[in-house]
Design a protein around this ligand. Structure first.
Ligand code: FES
Ligand code: FES
Length: 157
């Protein structure tokens, strides 16, 4: 395997690392950088558990080579909170009961964040479409959609 030196910028911090050119971004984030909030489910672009933002766009990091992310701003779930203060999406999804096993939650949050960044006042249909790449086995989605709607209202006031 070829190794290379790259610097990945994650949540506004630079991480100079040496990695195999074949490694995926989710694995590098979790195992090399130590940010384990990003989850790995299917490892095949199906479940959205590994969703992170790359220059603000949601991507499945299981299916993205880490070396290709050099030069981009990577945002993971660890980058949502402001110190000890949860992001409104995090607070509202907790309060709505939209977290059960929690495995899908980091990916859901990142898709929801990208949705609200591009569509601050989404319809329920737009929320469903925005989260359509994220599978949840536990909640039935209604509480998650409620949380995104509540957050949109809260952030617009
Ligand atoms: S782990 Fe990446 S889409 Fe499922
Ligand atoms: S809360 Fe369990 S998969 Fe979504």
């Amino acid at each position: 395997m070829n190794h290379t030196n790259v610097t990945l910028r994650v949540n506004e911090v630079d991480y100079p690392i040496s990695i195999s050119t074949e490694r995926n971004l989710s694995g590098v984030l979790r195992e090399t950088i130590g940010l384990t909030g990003t989850k790995e489910g299917c490892d095949d672009c199906e479940c959205g558990a590994c969703m992170v933002l790359l220059d603000g766009q949601p991507i499945n990091s299981c299916s993205y080579l880490a070396v290709q992310a050099e030069g981009c701003a990577i945002t993971t779930v660890e980058g949502l909170a402001d110190g000890d203060e949860l992001h409104a999406l995090q607070r509202n999804i907790l309060e709505a009961g939209g977290v059960q096993c929690g495995f899908c939650t980091p990916g859901m949050l990142m898709s929801a964040r990208a949705l609200l960044d591009r569509t601050p006042d989404p319809t329920d249909e737009e929320i469903r479409i925005g989260l359509s790449g994220n599978l949840c086995r536990c909640t039935g989605y209604a509480r998650i959609i409620d949380a995104v709607r509540t957050t949109a209202v809260e952030l617009s006031n």
